[in-house]
Design a protein. Structure first.
Length: 259
C-alpha cells in the first residue's frame, strides 16, 4: 500500500494548519491541530474509512496477511467501524449472509454485512451473542478495545491490558484452527502469563508497532497467528512434563516486529 504523502495530501488540504486561539483550551487546540494535520485522518476521509485506525489493520495485514482467507470475523471494540468495514469487504459479508460481528458499548452507525451489538464485551453474555451474530466459527478475532481514559495512566493501562487478556481467552475459545488473533496492547505491558498462553496455542506471537500508530503513543498490537486448535483442549498455562504449572517467570518472549 502506498504511504500517505508527507507534507501534503490528496484531499487538497494543506498540512501544518494552526487552529486560532479562541475559546478552546490549549490542550484541546493542540489535539485539534494534530487531528486536522494528521495525514492518516485525511486519507481515511478520502478513502471512505470511518477512522484512521483502518490503516493500522491494513498495514499489519500487508506484512502478516491475516485478512487473506478470513471468512468470519469478530471485531471487539469496533466503533466507529473502520476495521469492520475492512472485515466486511474481505469476507464478502452481506446482510443476507452475515460474516462479521462487531461489538462496542458505544453506538455505532449501521454497516452493510455487519451485525452490530451495542454491549460491553465484559458482559457475561457477550461471547454467546457474538458467536450467534457471526453465524459460524470465526477464523479472525480482532480487538482494538481501549478502556475509556480516567486520567490516571496506570489505571488506564491496567484496564486496557485486562480487555486484551479477556479478548485473548475469548479468541482461544472460539477460533477455528489456523485462525488469527490481533489485539491492541501497550508497550512493555503484555502479561507474561498471557504471552505464554498465546505462545502455547498459536504458532507465532508477535508485537507490532505500525507506522500509522502515533509514535508518541504507547499503543502496540499483539498478533497471534495460526491457532493450533482445541483438540487436546485449550492450553491455559505452561506445564512441565509432569503436568505441574511451570514457573511463569520462565516466560516465552514474543517476537518484536518493528519497522
Ligand atoms: C480505538 S476504538 C476502536 C476503533 C475501531 N477499531 C475502528 O476501526 O473504528 C476503541 C473502542 O473500544 C471500545 N471499548 C472499550 N472497552 C470496551 C468494552 N468493554 N466493550 C466494548 N467496547 C469497548 C470503545 O468504546 C471504543 O469505541
Amino acid at each position: 500500500m502506498a504511504k500517505p504523502p508527507i507534507g501534503g495530501n490528496r484531499t487538497g488540504r494543506k498540512l501544518g494548519q494552526k487552529v486560532k486561539k479562541g475559546k478552546l483550551k490549549a490542550s484541546s487546540r493542540r489535539w485539534l491541530e494534530r487531528h486536522i494535520n494528521d495525514p492518516y485522518v485525511q486519507r481515511a476521509k478520502l478513502e471512505g474509512y470511518r477512522a484512521r485506525a483502518a490503516f493500522k489493520l491494513l498495514e499489519i495485514d500487508e506484512k502478516h496477511q491475516i485478512l487473506k482467507g478470513a471468512h468470519r470475523v469478530i471485531d471487539l471494540g469496533a466503533a466507529p467501524g473502520s476495521w469492520s468495514q475492512i472485515a466486511a469487504k474481505v469476507t464478502d459479508s452481506t446482510d443476507d449472509d452475515i460474516r462479521v460481528a462487531a461489538i462496542d458499548f458505544l453506538e455505532m452507525a449501521q454497516l452493510p454485512g455487519v451485525k452490530i451489538l451495542q454491549l460491553d464485551f465484559l458482559d457475561p453474555d457477550a461471547p454467546r451473542q457474538l458467536i450467534e451474530a457471526v453465524g459460524g466459527t470465526p477464523n479472525l478475532v480482532l480487538s482494538d478495545m481501549a478502556a475509556p481514559t480516567t486520567g490516571h495512566q496506570k489505571t488506564d493501562h491496567l484496564r486496557t491490558m485486562h480487555l486484551c487478556e479477556v479478548a485473548a481467552h475469548f479468541a482461544v475459545e472460539v477460533l477455528a484452527e489456523g485462525g488469527h488473533f490481533l489485539a491492541k496492547t501497550f508497550q512493555g505491558g503484555t502479561e507474561k502469563d498471557l504471552l505464554n498462553m498465546l505462545k502455547l496455542n498459536f504458532r507465532q506471537v508477535l508485537h507490532i508497532k505500525p507506522a500509522s500508530s502515533r509514535q508518541e503513543s504507547v499503543e502496540m498490537f499483539l498478533l497471534a497467528k495460526g491457532f493450533k486448535g482445541r483438540k487436546g483442549g485449550v492450553i491455559t498455562a505452561a506445564v512441565d512434563e509432569d503436568g505441574f504449572a511451570r514457573d511463569p517467570r520462565e516466560d516465552i518472549p514474543a517476537e518484536e516486529d518493528q519497522d
